[in-house]
Design a protein around this ligand. Structure first.
Ligand code: GLU
Length: 649
């Protein structure tokens, strides 16, 4: 096994180019810059991120959809801060990217307040209802379970966003809802992604949803045609007028409870599903739902401080665990056989992923319910032990979970009391990032789990009429987040006592997530970048890839996003990769590098890769305060900077 020390590497950046605008909307402004640059000093301000771009000073949004980006920019322009803008974006996305996220689901909103230099996260992850049981998924197929009410968790977005604006916003919640209400009520021109998703399996599973997205098996709208969702506009008007309680009580709540009673087998004609597939959420579950405030998990990598989402997400712990293992390898140094995209680099990344995901499977879940060795998992002594299992020249035969408990010197990333935080202005799934003119930053990943969630709208049928035309829709899809729990309980089957069942179903518990809103800080503690991604378990690896691209490979922000990504999400899983963002300067990993991985014995997937993740990021250059954004053309990534007259991002 080689031993390596960190070295500076020189990596060429790409030519200046603009990210492709979305044809249907043409709202994109700004242009990314990429210039040759040197690997930064450890912990310095990543100068290549912004080289050559003129930047902004009054805020930047980076969002996976142009209309939602516009919503955020508008709120910034009205004097809202990053929190207000993020909330506006989240609601707008429910309208224009309904398959990914919305009020029927939940997410994690990481906030950095410039005034107090505090970083925290608002956890609006869905919870299991009180009637949930550890064995509720046992013996059920994923397909049937995930399209039944049983998968629906108690939604958190409305509580989470309300908490955010009440404590840290400058505008009332109703103001941040306005752009979404206008989009739903007045309509928007369908984007290619909206149309492409319209006939996904879950958009056709229940007749009311099929009638909205894909009547008769054809997308209801073509690109550029107007989409309206009046039921959703009305739901959002109700929340704007009556506040978040209107969602958790009254008519909307009844619509959620009725919605989650739907049960339908995935491939009719098939055996009808029994009542054990019916959702178990009650009004009490909705009324008692709370969003929580959490400290991020924190680690360092080559002198930078990285703060990332804590449990119930596995994301932050897994990213920091991997970075801890990888730090001894000179990933940026081609002269030592590493460098971006080399077999060696891809190999050690794969090995770190295999080891970290083995730990994730055993040790990560909602720490409110299981005592887990969170700090141990990212302790440098533990990650050094795990790293020692990585041989840069040979594939590990099996990667198994380790035992971080001896290194666990106390919890990290736990719940915070809101009073501890400074109050004052300050595919499926979707990630966006915002910075405002005061320097506050938000990194927010939001989801309803699968594309179109459980495939069912909140809504009710009146007594005596089961025709789709009688359905009273509330216009939003319900999540299927509870399928992120273990299908088979692990704690009770583990006679050794090693496996704590970290992610077994428990009433009130949140299913383990992979969502990892992340921020990097320089060695002086100044925030540099906020970023994250959708993509299920691959989220974790998208964040790892981008982090290495920035810190080890010295890429510009846009190149770091555009570059091809590698991902394996279990110890024995297939190694996936993508070709990079359309329109970027990359044409995938070199075939020889991938064949080198195969020669080492890695099960690398075939040659038709599908996109991994969709990273949206904002950057602040700490010496000048200039702000920049980067978005991912794997989806409809859009950056808008203020003031709009400025060209460069
Ligand atoms: N439910 C997933 C999670 O929380 C996100 C789903 C996705 O990104 O597609 O990890």
């Amino acid at each position: 096994m080689g031993s390596f020390s960190a070295v500076d590497a020189i990596e060429p950046g790409g030519p200046t180019r603009c990210v492709a605008a979305i044809a249907a909307a043409a709202l994109l402004v700004g242009c990314a810059a990429g210039l040759p640059m040197r690997h930064p000093e450890p912990g310095a301000s990543l100068p290549g991120l912004v080289a050559g771009a003129s930047g902004f000073r009054e805020g930047v949004v980076a969002v996976a959809n142009p209309y939602a980006a516009e919503a955020g920019a508008r709120i910034l322009g009205q004097g809202g801060n990053a929190v207000d803008a993020a909330v506006a974006i989240a609601y707008a996305l429910n309208v224009v990217e309904p398959q990914s996220a919305g009020i029927g689901g939940g997410g994690f909103m990481m906030v950095h307040l410039a005034a107090s230099a505090q970083t925290f996260a608002i956890d609006s992850r869905e919870k299991a209802p009180a009637g949930a049981t550890a064995d509720q998924f046992v013996g059920k197929s994923f397909g049937n379970a995930s399209t039944s009410g049983l998968a629906v968790g108690v939604p958190g977005m409305v509580r989470g966003t309300a908490l955010a604006v009440e404590r840290w916003g400058r505008l009332p919640l109703a103001a941040s809802l306005e752009p979404a209400i206008a989009l739903a009520g007045d309509g928007f021109a369908a984007t290619p992604r909206y149309v492409a998703a319209s006939c996904n399996a879950r958009a056709r599973h229940y007749p009311e949803v099929e009638a909205f997205f894909c009547p008769g098996g054809t997308a209801r709208v073509q690109v550029g045609e107007t989409v309206t969702n009046e039921p959703l506009a009305e739901t959002l008007r109700t929340i704007a007028r009556d506040g978040p309680d209107a969602f958790y009580r009254g008519d909307i709540a009844m619509g959620i409870l009725e919605g989650q009673k739907r049960v339908r087998p995935i491939a009719p004609p098939a055996q009808p599903l029994d009542a054990s597939y019916t959702g178990r959420m009650t009004l009490a579950d909705l009324q008692t739902y709370t969003a929580d405030l959490r400290a991020p998990v924190v680690g360092t990598y080559r002198g930078y401080t990285i703060k990332a989402m804590s449990p119930p997400s596995s994301g932050g712990l897994t990213v920091l665990n991997m970075l801890g293992m990888l730090e001894r390898f000179p990933l940026g140094d081609a002269s030592q056989g590493f460098g971006f995209g080399s077999t060696r680099t891809l190999h050690v990344m794969t090995e770190a992923m295999r080891l970290a995901f083995a730990d994730r499977a055993v040790w990560m879940g909602d720490t409110g319910f299981v005592d887990l060795p969170t700090r141990g998992l990212i302790d440098p002594r533990y990650t050094a032990l795990r790293s020692a299992l990585i041989d840069p020249d040979t594939r590990m035969a099996t990667a198994v979970a380790g035992d971080p408990r001896p290194y666990d010197d106390g919890p990290i990333g736990g719940r915070l009391d809101p009073t501890e935080v400074f109050a004052g202005p300050g595919g499926s799934t979707t990630h966006f990032s915002v910075v405002d003119k005061w320097g506050n930053m938000v990194s927010y990943t939001n989801t309803i789990e699968a594309s179109h969630g459980a495939g069912m709208f909140a809504g009710t049928y009146p007594a005596g009429c089961a025709a789709v035309s009688c359905f009273r829709s509330f216009g939003f899809l319900l999540n299927n987040e509870l399928t992120d729990f273990n299908f088979t309980p692990q704690a009770k089957d583990d006679v050794s006592g090693f496996n704590p069942g970290a992610n077994d179903v428990v009433p009130g518990k949140r299913p383990r997530s992979s969502m990892v809103p992340t921020m990097i800080f320089d060695s002086s503690g100044r925030p540099l970048i906020a970023y994250g991604s959708p993509g299920g378990a691959t989220i974790i690896n998208s964040v790892l890839n981008v982090t290495l691209n920035l810190i080890d490979h010295g890429m510009t922000l846009q190149d770091a996003i555009d570059a091809p990504r590698l991902s394996v999400t279990s110890a024995a899983g297939t190694v996936g990769f993508d070709d990079g963002a359309p329109g970027g300067r990359f044409q995938g990993f070199a075939p020889a590098a991938l064949n080198g991985l195969r020669d080492l014995g890695h099960p690398v997937s075939g040659n038709s890769p599908s996109a991994i993740g969709s990273v949206q990021a904002v950057v602040v250059e700490p010496r000048t305060g200039k702000q920049f954004g980067g978005a991912d053309s794997r989806r409809e990534g859009t950056v808008i900077g203020l003031p709009r007259s400025r060209g460069g991002r």
